[in-house]
Design a protein around this ligand. Sequence first.
Ligand code: FAD
Length: 488
Amino acid sequence: MTQNTSSDTGSGLAGLEARLAEDLDRLALPAKPWLLAHSHEGQPVLDVAVIGAGQFGLAACAALRHLGIEAIAFDAAPEGLEGPWATTARMETLRSPKELTGPALGFASLTFRAWFEAQFGRQAWATLDKIPRLQWMDYLRWYRKVLALDVRNLHEVIKVEPLPGGLVRLRMNTPSGEIVHFARRVVLATGYDGLGGRRLPAFVDGLPTDRWCHSSDVFDFNRLRGLRVGVVGAGASSMDSAASALEAGAASADLLIRRHDIPRINKVKGASNAGFMIGHWDLPDEDKWRIRHYINVQQVPPPRASMLRVSRHANARFHLGCPVLDVQSVADGLRVVTPEQSFTFDFMVFSTGFHIDWSERDAFAPFAAHVRSWGDRFLPEPGQEDAELGASPDLGRAFELQERVAGACPGLDHIHCFNFPASLTHGYISGDIPGISVAARRLSEGIASLLYREDFAQHFKAIEAFAEPEVFGDEWTDQRKQKESFPS
Ligand SMILES: Cc1cc2nc3c(=O)[nH]c(=O)nc-3n(C[C@H](O)[C@H](O)[C@H](O)COP(=O)(O)OP(=O)(O)OC[C@H]3O[C@@H](n4cnc5c(N)ncnc54)[C@H](O)[C@@H]3O)c2cc1C
Protein backbone atom coordinates (compact mmCIF):
# COMPACT_ATOMS: atom_id res chain seq x y z
CA MET A 1 0.00 0.00 0.00
CA THR A 2 1.44 3.40 -0.94
CA GLN A 3 1.82 6.15 1.61
CA ASN A 4 -0.53 9.09 1.12
CA THR A 5 1.28 12.05 -0.38
CA SER A 6 -1.73 13.93 -1.73
CA SER A 7 -3.56 16.58 0.17
CA ASP A 8 -6.89 14.72 0.04
CA THR A 9 -6.81 14.08 3.77
CA GLY A 10 -4.79 16.98 5.11
CA SER A 11 -1.12 16.61 5.84
CA GLY A 12 -0.82 12.97 6.79
CA LEU A 13 -0.71 11.73 10.36
CA ALA A 14 0.75 14.97 11.67
CA GLY A 15 -2.22 16.86 10.22
CA LEU A 16 -4.65 14.39 11.73
CA GLU A 17 -3.00 14.69 15.12
CA ALA A 18 -3.25 18.47 14.92
CA ARG A 19 -6.96 18.20 14.08
CA LEU A 20 -7.55 15.87 16.99
CA ALA A 21 -5.73 18.21 19.36
CA GLU A 22 -7.92 21.06 18.10
CA ASP A 23 -11.13 19.03 18.57
CA LEU A 24 -10.16 18.16 22.13
CA ASP A 25 -9.23 21.76 22.83
CA ARG A 26 -12.58 23.04 21.55
CA LEU A 27 -14.39 20.61 23.81
CA ALA A 28 -12.17 21.59 26.74
CA LEU A 29 -10.94 18.03 27.10
CA PRO A 30 -9.50 16.51 29.15
CA ALA A 31 -11.58 18.02 31.94
CA LYS A 32 -9.59 19.54 34.76
CA PRO A 33 -8.64 17.12 37.55
CA TRP A 34 -11.08 17.30 40.46
CA LEU A 35 -10.33 14.31 42.65
CA LEU A 36 -8.79 14.74 46.07
CA ALA A 37 -5.38 13.22 46.65
CA HIS A 38 -5.37 10.14 48.89
CA SER A 39 -2.45 8.24 50.35
CA HIS A 40 -2.09 4.90 52.11
CA GLU A 41 0.87 3.38 53.95
CA GLY A 42 2.95 6.34 52.87
CA GLN A 43 2.31 6.06 49.15
CA PRO A 44 -0.08 7.93 46.87
CA VAL A 45 -3.26 6.07 46.02
CA LEU A 46 -4.10 5.73 42.33
CA ASP A 47 -7.56 6.97 41.41
CA VAL A 48 -8.07 4.18 38.90
CA ALA A 49 -5.80 1.30 38.00
CA VAL A 50 -6.68 -0.55 34.82
CA ILE A 51 -5.41 -4.10 34.42
CA GLY A 52 -4.85 -4.67 30.71
CA ALA A 53 -3.99 -2.20 27.95
CA GLY A 54 -5.78 -3.89 25.08
CA GLN A 55 -8.40 -1.86 23.23
CA PHE A 56 -10.80 -1.86 26.19
CA GLY A 57 -8.14 -0.85 28.70
CA LEU A 58 -6.98 1.98 26.43
CA ALA A 59 -10.50 3.26 25.80
CA ALA A 60 -11.25 3.12 29.53
CA CYS A 61 -8.16 5.23 30.29
CA ALA A 62 -9.05 7.74 27.58
CA ALA A 63 -12.68 8.09 28.69
CA LEU A 64 -11.67 8.48 32.35
CA ARG A 65 -9.08 11.09 31.51
CA HIS A 66 -11.67 13.09 29.57
CA LEU A 67 -13.62 13.28 32.81
CA GLY A 68 -10.58 14.57 34.66
CA ILE A 69 -9.70 11.24 36.26
CA GLU A 70 -6.16 9.92 35.91
CA ALA A 71 -5.95 6.23 35.15
CA ILE A 72 -2.87 4.07 34.75
CA ALA A 73 -3.04 0.86 32.73
CA PHE A 74 -0.76 -2.04 33.63
CA ASP A 75 -0.14 -4.76 31.05
CA ALA A 76 1.95 -7.90 31.27
CA ALA A 77 2.74 -7.76 27.56
CA PRO A 78 5.64 -5.86 25.99
CA GLU A 79 4.77 -2.47 24.50
CA GLY A 80 2.81 -2.76 21.27
CA LEU A 81 1.98 -6.44 21.74
CA GLU A 82 -1.09 -6.11 23.96
CA GLY A 83 -4.09 -8.30 23.15
CA PRO A 84 -4.23 -11.03 20.54
CA TRP A 85 -3.72 -9.02 17.35
CA ALA A 86 0.04 -9.36 16.83
CA THR A 87 0.60 -12.46 18.91
CA THR A 88 -1.97 -15.25 18.84
CA ALA A 89 -4.58 -14.11 16.30
CA ARG A 90 -4.15 -15.77 12.90
CA MET A 91 -6.82 -14.24 10.67
CA GLU A 92 -5.81 -12.07 7.72
CA THR A 93 -8.34 -9.34 8.43
CA LEU A 94 -10.80 -8.37 11.13
CA ARG A 95 -14.25 -9.83 10.85
CA SER A 96 -15.88 -6.51 11.60
CA PRO A 97 -16.80 -4.07 8.84
CA LYS A 98 -14.13 -1.43 8.26
CA GLU A 99 -16.50 1.44 9.18
CA LEU A 100 -16.73 0.47 12.84
CA THR A 101 -15.64 3.30 15.09
CA GLY A 102 -14.35 1.16 17.97
CA PRO A 103 -12.60 3.14 20.70
CA ALA A 104 -12.96 6.57 18.99
CA LEU A 105 -15.25 7.93 21.76
CA GLY A 106 -17.16 10.11 19.30
CA PHE A 107 -14.11 11.80 17.76
CA ALA A 108 -13.97 11.50 13.98
CA SER A 109 -10.24 12.22 14.12
CA LEU A 110 -9.69 9.26 16.41
CA THR A 111 -11.29 6.62 14.17
CA PHE A 112 -9.45 3.89 12.32
CA ARG A 113 -10.73 5.45 9.10
CA ALA A 114 -9.18 8.84 9.86
CA TRP A 115 -5.89 7.18 10.80
CA PHE A 116 -5.95 5.08 7.63
CA GLU A 117 -6.94 7.90 5.27
CA ALA A 118 -4.34 10.22 6.73
CA GLN A 119 -1.64 7.78 5.65
CA PHE A 120 -2.99 6.09 2.55
CA GLY A 121 -5.66 8.46 1.19
CA ARG A 122 -9.37 8.29 0.51
CA GLN A 123 -9.02 6.20 -2.61
CA ALA A 124 -7.25 3.47 -0.66
CA TRP A 125 -10.02 3.59 1.94
CA ALA A 126 -12.67 3.24 -0.75
CA THR A 127 -11.00 0.11 -2.10
CA LEU A 128 -10.14 -1.42 1.30
CA ASP A 129 -12.28 -4.48 1.99
CA LYS A 130 -11.65 -5.42 5.62
CA ILE A 131 -9.12 -4.07 8.10
CA PRO A 132 -5.89 -6.10 8.02
CA ARG A 133 -5.27 -7.60 11.46
CA LEU A 134 -1.82 -6.09 12.02
CA GLN A 135 -3.01 -2.71 10.85
CA TRP A 136 -5.61 -2.74 13.63
CA MET A 137 -2.76 -3.26 16.09
CA ASP A 138 -0.85 -0.36 14.51
CA TYR A 139 -3.90 1.82 14.93
CA LEU A 140 -4.19 0.87 18.62
CA ARG A 141 -0.50 1.75 19.10
CA TRP A 142 -1.18 5.16 17.56
CA TYR A 143 -4.31 5.64 19.69
CA ARG A 144 -2.30 5.11 22.84
CA LYS A 145 0.45 7.45 21.66
CA VAL A 146 -1.70 10.29 20.37
CA LEU A 147 -3.75 10.36 23.58
CA ALA A 148 -0.58 10.08 25.67
CA LEU A 149 -2.15 7.39 27.82
CA ASP A 150 -0.21 6.22 30.85
CA VAL A 151 0.47 2.55 30.15
CA ARG A 152 3.06 0.53 32.03
CA ASN A 153 4.08 -2.54 30.05
CA LEU A 154 5.74 -5.66 31.45
CA HIS A 155 3.71 -5.11 34.61
CA GLU A 156 1.90 -8.35 35.36
CA VAL A 157 -0.67 -7.99 38.11
CA ILE A 158 -0.32 -11.08 40.29
CA LYS A 159 -2.67 -10.25 43.16
CA VAL A 160 -5.76 -8.09 43.48
CA GLU A 161 -6.92 -7.65 47.07
CA PRO A 162 -9.94 -5.54 47.99
CA LEU A 163 -9.39 -3.96 51.42
CA PRO A 164 -11.95 -2.80 53.94
CA GLY A 165 -12.16 0.98 53.68
CA GLY A 166 -12.48 1.14 49.92
CA LEU A 167 -8.99 0.54 48.56
CA VAL A 168 -7.68 -2.27 46.43
CA ARG A 169 -4.11 -3.48 46.79
CA LEU A 170 -2.37 -4.59 43.59
CA ARG A 171 0.79 -6.63 43.59
CA MET A 172 2.64 -6.80 40.32
CA ASN A 173 5.76 -8.25 38.78
CA THR A 174 7.75 -5.64 36.92
CA PRO A 175 11.19 -5.57 35.28
CA SER A 176 12.50 -4.04 38.52
CA GLY A 177 10.93 -6.61 40.83
CA GLU A 178 7.63 -6.94 42.68
CA ILE A 179 5.82 -3.71 43.50
CA VAL A 180 2.59 -2.74 45.24
CA HIS A 181 0.06 -0.09 44.29
CA PHE A 182 -3.11 0.96 46.06
CA ALA A 183 -6.04 2.12 43.95
CA ARG A 184 -9.50 3.45 44.70
CA ARG A 185 -10.97 1.66 41.71
CA VAL A 186 -9.59 -1.23 39.69
CA VAL A 187 -10.78 -2.07 36.19
CA LEU A 188 -10.30 -5.62 34.94
CA ALA A 189 -9.73 -5.06 31.21
CA THR A 190 -8.15 -8.47 31.00
CA GLY A 191 -9.64 -9.65 27.71
CA TYR A 192 -12.14 -12.18 26.34
CA ASP A 193 -10.70 -14.90 28.55
CA GLY A 194 -10.09 -12.37 31.31
CA LEU A 195 -12.00 -14.22 34.06
CA GLY A 196 -10.71 -17.66 33.18
CA GLY A 197 -8.96 -19.10 30.20
CA ARG A 198 -9.08 -21.64 27.42
CA ARG A 199 -12.10 -23.94 27.31
CA LEU A 200 -10.74 -27.45 26.77
CA PRO A 201 -12.43 -30.85 26.59
CA ALA A 202 -11.66 -33.17 29.52
CA PHE A 203 -9.84 -35.73 27.36
CA VAL A 204 -7.04 -33.23 26.72
CA ASP A 205 -5.75 -33.77 30.25
CA GLY A 206 -3.77 -36.93 29.57
CA LEU A 207 -2.40 -35.97 26.15
CA PRO A 208 1.30 -35.20 25.57
CA THR A 209 1.60 -31.41 25.57
CA ASP A 210 3.78 -31.35 22.45
CA ARG A 211 0.96 -32.85 20.39
CA TRP A 212 -1.72 -30.23 20.83
CA CYS A 213 -2.42 -26.57 21.44
CA HIS A 214 -5.40 -24.28 21.94
CA SER A 215 -6.07 -21.82 19.15
CA SER A 216 -5.27 -18.91 21.50
CA ASP A 217 -1.85 -20.26 22.50
CA VAL A 218 1.34 -18.62 21.38
CA PHE A 219 2.45 -21.33 18.96
CA ASP A 220 4.64 -21.43 15.87
CA PHE A 221 2.50 -23.04 13.15
CA ASN A 222 5.64 -23.66 11.06
CA ARG A 223 6.12 -26.64 13.38
CA LEU A 224 3.15 -28.27 11.63
CA ARG A 225 4.92 -28.62 8.28
CA GLY A 226 4.35 -32.11 6.89
CA LEU A 227 2.05 -33.13 9.77
CA ARG A 228 -1.50 -34.48 9.82
CA VAL A 229 -3.42 -31.87 11.76
CA GLY A 230 -6.85 -32.19 13.37
CA VAL A 231 -8.74 -29.02 14.28
CA VAL A 232 -11.69 -29.19 16.66
CA GLY A 233 -14.40 -26.54 16.28
CA ALA A 234 -16.18 -24.55 13.60
CA GLY A 235 -15.72 -20.96 14.71
CA ALA A 236 -13.54 -18.23 13.25
CA SER A 237 -10.49 -19.42 15.18
CA SER A 238 -10.75 -22.99 13.90
CA MET A 239 -10.75 -21.69 10.32
CA ASP A 240 -7.75 -19.48 11.09
CA SER A 241 -5.94 -22.41 12.72
CA ALA A 242 -6.62 -24.81 9.83
CA ALA A 243 -5.61 -22.21 7.23
CA SER A 244 -2.44 -21.32 9.12
CA ALA A 245 -1.49 -25.00 9.40
CA LEU A 246 -2.05 -25.59 5.69
CA GLU A 247 -0.20 -22.42 4.71
CA ALA A 248 2.71 -23.62 6.86
CA GLY A 249 2.81 -26.83 4.83
CA ALA A 250 0.76 -29.27 6.94
CA ALA A 251 0.14 -32.57 5.15
CA SER A 252 -3.58 -32.24 5.85
CA ALA A 253 -6.06 -30.45 8.04
CA ASP A 254 -9.23 -32.20 9.16
CA LEU A 255 -11.84 -30.00 10.80
CA LEU A 256 -13.95 -31.97 13.27
CA ILE A 257 -17.25 -30.15 13.66
CA ARG A 258 -19.91 -31.30 16.12
CA ARG A 259 -22.78 -29.56 14.33
CA HIS A 260 -24.49 -31.04 11.27
CA ASP A 261 -24.23 -27.67 9.55
CA ILE A 262 -22.07 -24.57 9.87
CA PRO A 263 -23.97 -21.62 11.37
CA ARG A 264 -24.70 -19.26 8.50
CA ILE A 265 -26.32 -16.20 10.01
CA ASN A 266 -24.61 -13.76 12.35
CA LYS A 267 -27.41 -12.82 14.74
CA VAL A 268 -25.21 -10.30 16.55
CA LYS A 269 -24.84 -8.40 13.29
CA GLY A 270 -28.61 -8.49 12.80
CA ALA A 271 -29.21 -7.26 16.34
CA SER A 272 -26.64 -4.48 16.29
CA ASN A 273 -28.06 -1.00 16.55
CA ALA A 274 -27.82 1.79 19.10
CA GLY A 275 -30.72 0.37 21.12
CA PHE A 276 -29.07 -3.06 21.36
CA MET A 277 -25.86 -1.46 22.59
CA ILE A 278 -27.31 1.07 24.99
CA GLY A 279 -30.60 -0.51 26.01
CA HIS A 280 -29.52 -3.97 27.15
CA TRP A 281 -28.62 -2.68 30.60
CA ASP A 282 -32.22 -1.60 31.25
CA LEU A 283 -33.84 -4.84 30.07
CA PRO A 284 -35.50 -7.11 32.62
CA ASP A 285 -33.26 -10.03 33.63
CA GLU A 286 -35.41 -12.50 31.68
CA ASP A 287 -34.85 -10.62 28.43
CA LYS A 288 -31.11 -10.15 29.04
CA TRP A 289 -30.79 -13.90 29.51
CA ARG A 290 -33.10 -14.69 26.59
CA ILE A 291 -31.15 -12.71 24.00
CA ARG A 292 -27.71 -13.82 25.19
CA HIS A 293 -28.82 -17.46 25.34
CA TYR A 294 -30.44 -17.24 21.90
CA ILE A 295 -27.23 -15.90 20.37
CA ASN A 296 -25.19 -18.55 22.20
CA VAL A 297 -27.37 -21.30 20.76
CA GLN A 298 -27.43 -19.85 17.25
CA GLN A 299 -23.65 -19.34 17.31
CA VAL A 300 -21.79 -16.83 15.23
CA PRO A 301 -20.67 -18.22 11.85
CA PRO A 302 -17.02 -18.11 10.85
CA PRO A 303 -16.31 -15.35 8.29
CA ARG A 304 -16.81 -16.53 4.71
CA ALA A 305 -13.33 -15.36 3.72
CA SER A 306 -11.80 -17.42 6.53
CA MET A 307 -13.60 -20.55 5.31
CA LEU A 308 -12.51 -19.94 1.73
CA ARG A 309 -8.95 -19.50 2.98
CA VAL A 310 -9.17 -23.09 4.25
CA SER A 311 -11.08 -24.71 1.44
CA ARG A 312 -8.78 -23.47 -1.30
CA HIS A 313 -6.37 -26.15 -0.07
CA ALA A 314 -7.06 -29.59 -1.56
CA ASN A 315 -5.86 -31.25 1.66
CA ALA A 316 -8.47 -29.49 3.84
CA ARG A 317 -11.40 -31.66 4.92
CA PHE A 318 -14.57 -30.55 6.71
CA HIS A 319 -16.25 -33.29 8.81
CA LEU A 320 -19.70 -32.22 9.96
CA GLY A 321 -21.76 -34.09 12.55
CA CYS A 322 -18.45 -35.30 13.94
CA PRO A 323 -18.20 -34.69 17.70
CA VAL A 324 -14.96 -35.89 19.27
CA LEU A 325 -15.77 -38.63 21.77
CA ASP A 326 -12.26 -39.46 22.88
CA VAL A 327 -8.61 -38.85 22.05
CA GLN A 328 -5.79 -41.18 23.01
CA SER A 329 -2.09 -40.92 22.59
CA VAL A 330 -0.83 -43.85 20.42
CA ALA A 331 2.53 -44.79 18.91
CA ASP A 332 2.02 -42.85 15.69
CA GLY A 333 0.14 -39.84 17.04
CA LEU A 334 -3.27 -39.08 18.50
CA ARG A 335 -6.13 -41.49 17.90
CA VAL A 336 -9.43 -39.62 17.71
CA VAL A 337 -12.74 -41.38 18.11
CA THR A 338 -15.92 -39.88 16.64
CA PRO A 339 -19.33 -41.57 16.19
CA GLU A 340 -18.76 -42.65 12.60
CA GLN A 341 -15.04 -42.85 12.07
CA SER A 342 -11.64 -42.64 13.72
CA PHE A 343 -8.71 -40.47 12.76
CA THR A 344 -5.01 -40.43 13.53
CA PHE A 345 -3.35 -37.04 13.73
CA ASP A 346 0.18 -35.91 14.49
CA PHE A 347 -1.10 -32.74 16.09
CA MET A 348 -4.42 -31.26 17.22
CA VAL A 349 -5.60 -27.68 17.60
CA PHE A 350 -8.53 -27.13 19.94
CA SER A 351 -10.44 -24.10 18.76
CA THR A 352 -12.91 -24.50 21.55
CA GLY A 353 -13.18 -20.95 22.87
CA PHE A 354 -12.88 -19.54 26.37
CA HIS A 355 -14.71 -19.97 29.63
CA ILE A 356 -15.17 -18.23 32.94
CA ASP A 357 -13.23 -20.04 35.65
CA TRP A 358 -11.90 -17.81 38.38
CA SER A 359 -9.66 -20.60 39.66
CA GLU A 360 -7.49 -20.20 36.54
CA ARG A 361 -6.65 -16.63 37.54
CA ASP A 362 -4.49 -16.76 40.66
CA ALA A 363 -4.43 -12.98 40.81
CA PHE A 364 -8.13 -12.92 41.64
CA ALA A 365 -8.02 -15.62 44.34
CA PRO A 366 -8.38 -13.12 47.23
CA PHE A 367 -11.92 -12.22 46.17
CA ALA A 368 -13.15 -14.69 43.53
CA ALA A 369 -15.22 -16.82 45.90
CA HIS A 370 -17.22 -13.76 46.94
CA VAL A 371 -18.29 -12.65 43.47
CA ARG A 372 -22.01 -12.96 42.81
CA SER A 373 -22.74 -14.63 39.51
CA TRP A 374 -26.02 -14.76 37.66
CA GLY A 375 -26.36 -18.41 38.63
CA ASP A 376 -26.47 -17.35 42.28
CA ARG A 377 -29.70 -15.45 41.92
CA PHE A 378 -31.37 -16.11 38.57
CA LEU A 379 -33.27 -19.21 37.52
CA PRO A 380 -33.70 -19.40 33.75
CA GLU A 381 -36.84 -20.72 32.09
CA PRO A 382 -36.72 -24.48 31.45
CA GLY A 383 -34.83 -25.07 28.22
CA GLN A 384 -32.80 -21.89 28.59
CA GLU A 385 -30.17 -23.29 30.96
CA ASP A 386 -26.73 -22.02 29.98
CA ALA A 387 -23.58 -22.75 31.97
CA GLU A 388 -21.66 -19.80 30.50
CA LEU A 389 -24.38 -17.35 31.43
CA GLY A 390 -24.82 -18.86 34.89
CA ALA A 391 -21.13 -18.26 35.58
CA SER A 392 -21.24 -14.65 34.34
CA PRO A 393 -20.69 -12.03 37.04
CA ASP A 394 -23.77 -10.09 38.12
CA LEU A 395 -22.59 -6.51 37.82
CA GLY A 396 -23.67 -3.05 38.83
CA ARG A 397 -24.19 -0.01 36.58
CA ALA A 398 -20.48 0.85 36.52
CA PHE A 399 -19.50 -2.78 35.80
CA GLU A 400 -18.65 -3.23 39.48
CA LEU A 401 -18.57 -6.71 41.01
CA GLN A 402 -21.09 -7.45 43.74
CA GLU A 403 -20.88 -9.66 46.79
CA ARG A 404 -22.55 -13.03 46.90
CA VAL A 405 -23.16 -12.48 50.64
CA ALA A 406 -23.55 -8.87 51.71
CA GLY A 407 -20.63 -7.73 53.88
CA ALA A 408 -18.49 -10.81 53.25
CA CYS A 409 -15.88 -9.05 51.09
CA PRO A 410 -15.72 -5.31 51.73
CA GLY A 411 -14.25 -3.41 48.82
CA LEU A 412 -15.26 -5.98 46.20
CA ASP A 413 -17.45 -3.41 44.48
CA HIS A 414 -14.36 -1.28 43.85
CA ILE A 415 -13.36 -3.80 41.19
CA HIS A 416 -14.97 -3.34 37.78
CA CYS A 417 -15.31 -6.16 35.30
CA PHE A 418 -14.66 -4.66 31.88
CA ASN A 419 -14.40 -7.65 29.58
CA PHE A 420 -16.58 -10.07 27.62
CA PRO A 421 -18.06 -11.84 30.70
CA ALA A 422 -19.79 -8.52 31.50
CA SER A 423 -21.97 -8.91 28.44
CA LEU A 424 -24.90 -10.67 30.13
CA THR A 425 -25.36 -7.67 32.40
CA HIS A 426 -24.33 -4.91 29.98
CA GLY A 427 -24.91 -6.32 26.48
CA TYR A 428 -22.54 -6.75 23.58
CA ILE A 429 -20.44 -3.73 24.46
CA SER A 430 -17.63 -5.22 26.48
CA GLY A 431 -16.00 -7.79 24.22
CA ASP A 432 -15.97 -6.79 20.57
CA ILE A 433 -14.89 -3.68 18.73
CA PRO A 434 -18.27 -2.10 17.85
CA GLY A 435 -19.31 -1.43 21.46
CA ILE A 436 -16.06 -0.18 22.96
CA SER A 437 -16.96 3.51 23.14
CA VAL A 438 -20.42 2.90 24.59
CA ALA A 439 -18.86 0.72 27.26
CA ALA A 440 -15.97 3.08 28.03
CA ARG A 441 -18.33 6.02 28.50
CA ARG A 442 -20.61 4.02 30.78
CA LEU A 443 -17.69 2.78 32.84
CA SER A 444 -16.01 6.17 33.16
CA GLU A 445 -19.18 8.05 34.03
CA GLY A 446 -20.13 5.36 36.54
CA ILE A 447 -16.71 5.52 38.21
CA ALA A 448 -16.74 9.34 38.23
CA SER A 449 -20.08 9.29 39.95
CA LEU A 450 -18.99 6.73 42.57
CA LEU A 451 -15.78 8.63 43.32
CA TYR A 452 -17.70 11.86 43.74
CA ARG A 453 -20.17 10.24 46.11
CA GLU A 454 -17.40 8.66 48.17
CA ASP A 455 -15.71 12.02 48.71
CA PHE A 456 -18.88 14.05 48.95
CA ALA A 457 -18.19 15.30 52.49
CA GLN A 458 -14.81 16.73 51.39
CA HIS A 459 -16.24 18.13 48.18
CA PHE A 460 -18.91 19.87 50.25
CA LYS A 461 -16.28 21.27 52.63
CA ALA A 462 -14.33 22.49 49.65
CA ILE A 463 -17.43 24.27 48.35
CA GLU A 464 -17.91 25.88 51.76
CA ALA A 465 -14.29 26.97 51.86
CA PHE A 466 -14.37 28.29 48.32
CA ALA A 467 -14.00 32.05 48.55
CA GLU A 468 -13.19 33.42 45.14
CA PRO A 469 -15.38 36.50 44.58
CA GLU A 470 -16.85 37.17 41.17
CA VAL A 471 -18.54 40.41 42.27
CA PHE A 472 -16.54 42.92 44.39
CA GLY A 473 -19.16 45.35 45.71
CA ASP A 474 -18.08 48.25 43.52
CA GLU A 475 -20.52 47.37 40.74
CA TRP A 476 -23.65 49.13 42.25
CA THR A 477 -24.73 51.78 44.66
CA ASP A 478 -26.95 50.89 47.58
CA GLN A 479 -29.78 53.48 47.69
CA ARG A 480 -29.98 53.25 51.50
CA LYS A 481 -26.36 54.33 51.87
CA GLN A 482 -26.93 57.19 49.43
CA LYS A 483 -29.85 58.43 51.53
CA GLU A 484 -27.65 58.37 54.69
CA SER A 485 -25.03 60.51 52.95
CA PHE A 486 -27.45 63.01 51.39
CA PRO A 487 -30.56 63.28 53.68
CA SER A 488 -33.42 65.22 51.98
C1 FAD B 1 -8.40 -14.26 17.46
C2 FAD B 1 -9.39 -13.20 17.77
C3 FAD B 1 -9.95 -12.45 16.75
C4 FAD B 1 -10.89 -11.45 17.02
N1 FAD B 1 -11.41 -10.73 16.00
C5 FAD B 1 -12.34 -9.78 16.25
C6 FAD B 1 -12.91 -8.97 15.21
O1 FAD B 1 -12.58 -9.13 14.05
N2 FAD B 1 -13.82 -8.03 15.53
C7 FAD B 1 -14.21 -7.82 16.83
O2 FAD B 1 -15.04 -6.95 17.08
N3 FAD B 1 -13.69 -8.57 17.82
C8 FAD B 1 -12.78 -9.54 17.58
N4 FAD B 1 -12.27 -10.28 18.61
C9 FAD B 1 -12.81 -10.10 19.96
C10 FAD B 1 -12.21 -8.91 20.73
O3 FAD B 1 -12.30 -7.72 19.95
C11 FAD B 1 -10.76 -9.17 21.11
O4 FAD B 1 -10.67 -10.29 21.94
C12 FAD B 1 -10.10 -7.98 21.82
O5 FAD B 1 -8.74 -8.25 21.96
C13 FAD B 1 -10.73 -7.69 23.18
O6 FAD B 1 -10.10 -6.55 23.71
P1 FAD B 1 -9.74 -6.44 25.28
O7 FAD B 1 -9.13 -5.13 25.48
O8 FAD B 1 -10.97 -6.80 26.04
O9 FAD B 1 -8.73 -7.62 25.57
P2 FAD B 1 -7.27 -7.90 25.03
O10 FAD B 1 -7.06 -7.24 23.73
O11 FAD B 1 -7.11 -9.37 25.08
O12 FAD B 1 -6.33 -7.21 26.10
C14 FAD B 1 -6.23 -7.70 27.41
C15 FAD B 1 -4.88 -7.32 27.94
O13 FAD B 1 -4.86 -7.62 29.34
C16 FAD B 1 -3.56 -8.02 29.67
N5 FAD B 1 -3.63 -8.75 30.93
C17 FAD B 1 -4.42 -9.79 31.25
N6 FAD B 1 -4.21 -10.19 32.51
C18 FAD B 1 -3.26 -9.38 33.02
C19 FAD B 1 -2.60 -9.29 34.27
N7 FAD B 1 -2.90 -10.11 35.28
N8 FAD B 1 -1.67 -8.31 34.45
C20 FAD B 1 -1.37 -7.45 33.44
N9 FAD B 1 -1.95 -7.52 32.23
C21 FAD B 1 -2.89 -8.46 32.02
C22 FAD B 1 -3.09 -8.84 28.50
O14 FAD B 1 -1.69 -8.88 28.42
C23 FAD B 1 -3.74 -8.11 27.33
O15 FAD B 1 -2.84 -7.23 26.67
C24 FAD B 1 -11.31 -11.25 18.35
C25 FAD B 1 -10.75 -12.02 19.37
C26 FAD B 1 -9.81 -12.97 19.09
C27 FAD B 1 -9.22 -13.79 20.23
